[in-house]
Design a protein around this ligand. Structure first.
Ligand SMILES: Cc1cc2nc3c(=O)[nH]c(=O)nc-3n(C[C@H](O)[C@H](O)[C@H](O)COP(=O)(O)OP(=O)(O)OC[C@H]3O[C@@H](n4cnc5c(N)ncnc54)[C@H](O)[C@@H]3O)c2cc1C
Length: 307
């Protein structure tokens, strides 16, 4: 038998992909999982405080490593490589990894998550623009730095709270009148004297040719105002990671993958789990649940193919 032939290909090693791997193996599927970061975007999380079973919280990296170990112990294969392409030619999906190795399977789960949106018209080489406060916040320690977080949701809140430990000031800039974060974060932010919430404030530009110098904003009171900063962390939206898919698949707003009640996409045999799909909640818990359900429905799909 072809050694690169599996029952199930999983793209993504975040909570959705790792949970799918665990459940697929427990249902006896010969499973391979592609990705290069155990836990996916969880490396950005200092403290996962809203996943049941961890009353003292757990770091995202630790959670990812434990989930990886659990799936490995059940026999899932992890080549630690990303998939460049996933295509389909009846009756098999073919994945090609970054070393051009090919793998095939009659079913696949895409659990590739999403990527933060960049600020429009800002060059990539400008220093001081960041997406991960856990990774890049420490760069500003002991420097009397003023930082800004743009966004108003739970992720923006976590960035602001993380950065408040290394910066002297953190502006939390949100265009709406109210933040969309859970109340617990709002009260933590209020208690943090060096976080300065700026509601109803629209960022219209970031000043600085090589290094971020200031945010250009408009507020209810002023047409244009500059806020001097040393760095900015963006939490302004996301785009799903679907670039590797080489087959037509129906999508919803912003290109999130549409799925049916069994988490199957419009392409038969291709399931989607976690943040990459058109979900109403982007969280570790729902990503894990999606992964488990996608694995179960993939197993049922494969069983029907055989009978
Ligand atoms: C700063 C921050 C704080 C957060 N805080 C919380 C919180 O407190 N509680 C909570 O529940 N949720 C939180 N979240 C959200 C949570 O992390 C996500 O909802 C969850 O990680 C989604 O899991 P996922 O497996 O769908 O995707 P991801 O975790 O994004 O994992 C997908 C992985 O697939 C990889 N990938 C992409 N393309 C390919 C490819 N072609 N081949 C292989 N791999 C690929 C991606 O690089 C990524 O590593 C937070 C997110 C951020 C950014």
């Amino acid at each position: 038998m072809n050694p690169n032939r599996y029952d199930l290909l999983i793209m993504g090693m975040g909570p959705a992909g790792l949970s799918a791997a665990l459940f697929a193996r427990r249902m006896g599927l010969n499973t391979i999982v592609f990705g290069d970061i155990p836990g996916g975007i969880l490396y950005m999380l200092n403290d996962l405080a809203d996943f049941p079973g961890f009353p003292d919280g757990i770091s995202g990296i630790q959670f990812g490593m434990l989930a990886l170990q659990q799936a490995q112990a059940q026999g899932a294969i992890f080549p630690m490589a990303r998939l460049q392409k996933l295509s389909f030619s009846e009756p098999l999906f073919t994945g090609i990894d970054t070393d051009a190795r090919q793998y095939t399977a009659p079913a696949a789960i895409i659990a590739t998550g999403r990527t933060p949106k960049k600020f429009p018209e800002i060059k990539d080489n400008v220093k001081g623009i960041h997406f991960c406060s856990v990774c890049d916040g420490p760069l500003y320690r002991n420097q009397d730095a003023a930082l800004a977080v743009i966004g108003g949701d739970k992720i923006a809140a976590q960035h602001a709270l993380t950065l408040s430990k290394s910066a002297s000031k953190v502006y939390l800039v949100c265009r709406d009148r109210a933040f969309t974060m859970p109340a617990i974060y709002e009260s933590q932010i209020e208690e943090q004297p060096n976080i300065i919430p700026m509601r109803e404030t629209e960022v219209i530009g970031i000043k600085g040719a090589d290094q971020v110098e200031a945010l250009m904003v408009t507020t209810k009171e002023s047409d244009k105002q500059e806020v001097a900063i040393n760095g900015v962390f963006l939490a302004i939206g996301w785009l799903p990671n679907t670039q590797a898919l080489e087959m037509p698949v129906e999508t919803a707003l912003d290109s999130y993958l549409k799925t049916d009640k069994n988490l199957m996409t419009s392409h038969s045999g291709l399931f989607a789990a976690g943040d990459v799909r058109d979900t109403d909640m982007f969280s570790v818990l729902t990503a894990c649940a999606d992964g488990a359900r996608a694995a179960q429905y993939a197993a049922e799909f494969l069983f029907k193919l055989e009978t």
